[in-house]
Design a protein around this ligand. Structure first.
Ligand SMILES: [Zn+2]
Length: 187
């Protein structure tokens, strides 16, 4: 990645981080260290998508008055539509008949956001040629979400051009931008 690209990513990532933190302070949303929170912005949509690893029920967001007027709260729901694939023994992928979150993985905030984006944007059958989606998540995506972002989304929802930002990565871009060049691509 070129240095100018790193700087552009850093700028966008910090903007998303600010947007997340402003929402949290304006609506007194929980910000404890034992949770992960994330925000997703879809090109052409005013309302950002918001998720918290510890909030799996839409009703809980009712405690934060009018929050749903400024953001789309994303929560866990049955049937993980963004990840209908699992690993075969020889490391290929298959479609289980009943897709769903693996126990313990229902917490991933970035995954909740991607699920909800597919649900909301997908209602329009992804009518545009492409959608730019920028996500900031406090904590680094786990390997499960990494496979969603890197492998399964491009396979199944190739119109969604997702960019992902998280704090450690932004700090790296700020402090040691040279580590982003060369970048190693596995395609
Ligand atoms: Zn995850």
């Amino acid at each position: 990645m070129e240095l100018t690209q790193v700087q552009a990513h850093l700028k966008l990532g910090r903007q998303l981080q600010d947007q997340l933190q402003n929402l949290q302070s304006s609506y007194s949303l929980p910000r404890t260290n034992d949770r992960n929170t994330a925000i997703g912005v879809v090109e052409g949509r005013d309302m950002p998508f918001y998720a918290d690893s510890k909030i799996n029920d839409r009703d809980i967001y009712k405690n934060y008055t009018d929050f749903d007027k400024v953001a789309v709260p994303c929560y866990n729901f049955l049937g993980d539509i963004s990840l209908p694939m699992r690993l075969t023994p020889d490391l290929n992928l298959y479609h289980p008949k009943e897709p769903g979150f693996t126990r313990g993985k229902e917490k991933c905030a970035e995954r909740k956001i991607i699920n909800e984006i597919i649900r909301v944007v997908g209602k329009n059958n992804l009518e545009r040629d492409s959608y730019s989606v920028n996500i900031y998540t406090d904590k680094e995506p786990c390997m499960y979400c990494l496979s969603l972002l890197k492998v399964q989304l491009p396979m199944l929802y190739s119109k969604l051009n997702v960019q992902i930002y998280f704090e450690q990565q932004l700090n790296d871009m700020q402090n040691t931008p040279e580590v982003f060049s060369p970048e190693y691509q596995f395609k």
